[in-house]
Design a protein around this ligand. Structure first.
Ligand code: SF4
Length: 62
């Protein structure tokens, strides 16, 4: 099973991934997106879209 990962060196905290996959990504107090539930990708099938839509290319599936 592929799980999403956010590269903190690339993420700007724009929140697009959170808009697309709110069960998976959350922009937290540090201003960066964090993966709060990698298993939610299976249910929502939105992680690939988040990978494609992240303007910084900060999300990868591993
Ligand atoms: S879409 Fe990309 S740059 Fe924007 S918050 Fe998510 S991981 Fe960070």
């Amino acid at each position: 099973m592929a799980t999403p990962k956010v590269d903190p060196d690339l993420c700007t905290g724009c929140g697009i991934c959170e808009d697309i996959c709110p069960d998976v990504f959350e922009v937290q107090d540090d201003g960066l997106s964090h993966v709060i539930d990698p298993n939610a990708c299976d249910d929502a099938d939105c992680c690939e879209e988040a990978v494609d839509e992240c303007p910084e290319g900060a999300i990868s599936m591993e």
